[in-house]
Design a protein around this ligand. Structure first.
Ligand SMILES: Cc1cc2nc3c(=O)[nH]c(=O)nc-3n(C[C@H](O)[C@H](O)[C@H](O)COP(=O)(O)OP(=O)(O)OC[C@H]3O[C@@H](n4cnc5c(N)ncnc54)[C@H](O)[C@@H]3O)c2cc1C
Length: 606
């Protein structure tokens, strides 16, 4: 969907955001508004980390891993061969264990659990290959439209089956002529003469689970104009499921087009309000992105274990591959990325849960909390999907020709990773959404950007000096503050220069998004490492900060050079250089130390 489409949607639904508890007392606003990391430092208690999982959550995490090992692995070949029967059977088993109902309220047969638990299940299933795709589409974009927008009757009718796996769900938004530009769909719905049915006509493209799904959320425009969501059972007359696509990766998942030819859908199957189907479509994507980040994270951790295991066994030039410095550097960099993604994803889940304050089973509240943190969800999606692609590529490269052949299993991982940068909003679209949503929140008075941007401009003239002898990671925290100032200066200058025309400056918006991503990753990593007191985490956080600073240095310089001219440009660029100045760090030594500790711990045991 385009940034424009989603922007319009969020603007509308912001108005309907219910005041949630967990917010600032009496204000009806969350204590930590979505996007607040851009303007102010977080308090450590606001940053949820994997170390803070409670016993129940740890038990669920372990149980999901067990499920993959004992129930999925023996049937993996059938899953990848697209044996629908096996997909359905495994979904039913997942339902029996309660994993399909994590986000479904108890009143409708689910468990209504917290978002951290939701994260843990998606993360744990990442190693289930294409089953993870079937599962993700079913519990996320498939089930959540009903959870968030169904009437009581619709929920009673469908949700228990979706939660136990007897009904499989799919989400049909994309069309041949409308992917990112989802508002441009052409499928239409016309009321039958007797007023009992809508007749749907059009084509839907790339629909996950379509080969065996029982229930589709189909988006079409009533009268060709009013964007609306419909619940369309598989046996609807006029609905045809087309042939399976031949894909680069996730080949065991089902992806088909749908053709709707006067498909007769009863009026009671309208989901949400007529003309407000975009609210359904886009709200659900916030969850989709968050779950997708968790799934990518689940794929990242094992790549490091595999890299260490392979490099330990492989001998060349009379020594272990593992003992070559470049191998260790690669392993350390893979861990750095994974640590950043992990810190960001858990922090985002914690923010959502804090806002929900235990009301996980209340769909309206859950929807609003996810929307509040839509910026964080987009960031997690981009960081995690880019990260997964890089670490899988690293693993393959480390294995040389053995990574390239099918038997290693890494070739499959490489293909499977690629899709995550495309769906749930491409990474370009998600990046463009980040500054768009920040500005919209500022315009709606939900986030003060102006004050901090002015203070940042002043701070540029008198930056904080480096910390000489502070507490652990004190200097890194100072650098995080400097990054925030630099981002605010660059983004503020861009807004001042272009105003409403900023939308046309996609390159600038893209860089501002990358600055926000770098800042969020660095702050989340440092606060996590400080809270845990773990030396390996501290070193990983130092690496994340070093990479983030380099990205912020480059990004802010490019933005400033674009939006400023003459003396102003020279002054701002000099100010940014002063602000981002830091003592050189021996990153080679740091990475060697990180790799040695990972090897010592036998993998990514962070
Ligand atoms: C395996 C698979 C499964 C899928 N499952 C589902 C599903 O279950 N349900 C469903 O509805 N859809 C599904 N999709 C569709 C998927 O969500 C879309 O492919 C995705 O949204 C991108 O749309 P598109 O392919 O039309 O690319 P386009 O929208 O044509 O994008 C082409 C390029 O333009 C870029 N771009 C787009 N907009 C902008 C912009 N505003 N500014 C700058 N660049 C831009 C994109 O980043 C991309 O690089 C699936 C796709 C695949 C491949």
């Amino acid at each position: 969907m385009t940034e424009v489409s989603e922007r319009a949607t969020a603007a509308e639904s912001d108005a309907g955001t219910p005041a949630a508890s967990g917010g600032a007392a009496g204000s009806g606003r969350p204590a930590v508004p979505g996007g607040a990391f851009v303007v102010r430092a977080a308090e450590p208690p606001d940053v949820f980390t994997p170390e803070r999982l409670d016993e129940t959550q740890r038990a669920i995490r372990d149980a999901v891993r067990e499920f993959v090992t004992h129930s999925v692995a023996p049937r993996q070949e059938a899953v990848e061969a697209r044996d629908y029967g096996v997909h359905r059977a495994l979904l039913a088993e997942l339902g029996e264990q309660g994993y399909l109902g994590v986000d479904v309220p108890e009143a409708y047969g689910g468990a209504g659990l917290d978002k951290v638990t939701s994260l843990l299940v998606s993360e744990g299933l990442a190693e289930a290959g294409s089953l993870a795709v079937t599962y993700g589409a079913h519990v996320g974009i498939g089930t959540l439209p009903l959870v968030f927008f169904g009437t009581d009757e619709q929920r009673q009718r469908w949700l228990p089956g979706l939660a136990d796996g007897s009904i499989v769900a799919a989400y049909a938004l994309t069309e041949p002529g409308a992917g990112s530009d989802a508002q441009g769909i052409r499928a239409r719905a016309d009321l039958s003469e007797d007023g009992t049915h809508y007749l749907l006509n059009g084509t839907k493209q790339f629909i996950t689970n379509a080969g065996f799904a029982d229930l589709f959320t189909v988006y079409a425009k009533v009268g060709g104009e009013q964007f609306t969501a419909f619940l369309v059972p598989r046996d609807t007359p006029g609905l045809t499921i087309e042939a399976e696509e031949h894909k680069l990766g996730v080949r065991g998942s089902s992806t088909c087009a749908l053709t709707l030819t006067d498909a007769r859908v009863p009026v009671e199957n309208v989901l949400g309000e007529i003309g407000r189907g975009h609210i359904v479509a886009f709200n659900v994507l916030n969850v989709g992105r968050f779950k997708l980040a968790a799934g990518c994270l689940g794929g990242m951790r094992p790549t490091i274990d595999r890299a260490i295991a392979y490099a330990t066994d492989r001998r060349l030039f009379g020594q272990r591959l593992l003992d070559l410095p470049l191998t260790r550097e690669r392993i350390a960099t893979m861990a750095e990325r994974t640590f950043a993604v992990e810190s960001v994803t858990y922090r985002s889940a914690g923010l959502i849960d804090t806002l929900l304050a235990g009301a996980h089973g209340e769909p309206e509240r859950a929807r609003a909390a996810l929307e509040e943190y839509a910026i964080e969800c987009s960031i997690a999606k981009v960081l995690a999907s880019d990260g997964l692609n890089v670490v899988v590529d690293d693993l393959l490269q480390l294995m040389g020709g053995y990574g390239y052949v099918e038997d290693s299993g890494v070739a499959g991982l490489y293909r499977d990773a690629r899709i995550h940068r495309i769906w749930e909003g491409t990474n370009e679209v998600n990046r463009l959404l980040v500054p768009g949503m920040l500005l919209r929140r500022a315009m709606r008075g939900r986030l003060d950007l102006l004050g901090p941007a002015k203070r940042a401009a002043d701070a540029l003239l008198a930056p904080e000096p480096p910390v000489e002898d502070g507490a652990p990671l004190e200097e890194e925290l100072r650098q995080v503050r400097a990054m925030r100032t630099a981002l605010l200066v660059a983004a503020g200058a861009a807004v001042q220069r272009y105003g409403e025309r900023l939308e046309d400056e996609q390159e600038v918006l893209y860089r501002v998004a990358d600055l926000a991503i770098a800042l969020f990753a660095a702050e989340s990593s440092v606060l996590r490492a400080r809270a845990s007191g773990d030396a390996l985490q501290a070193d990983l956080a130092r690496l994340v900060v070093a990479s983030s600073m380099a990205a912020v240095e480059r990004g802010t310089a490019e933005v400033a050079a674009r939006v400023q001219e003459g003396d102003d440009r020279r002054m701002v660029l000099a100010g940014l250089r002063r602000l981002l100045r830091r003592e050189p760090v021996d990153l080679v030594a740091l990475r060697r130390s990180v790799a040695a500790e990972l090897v010592n711990r036998g993998g990514y045991r962070v």
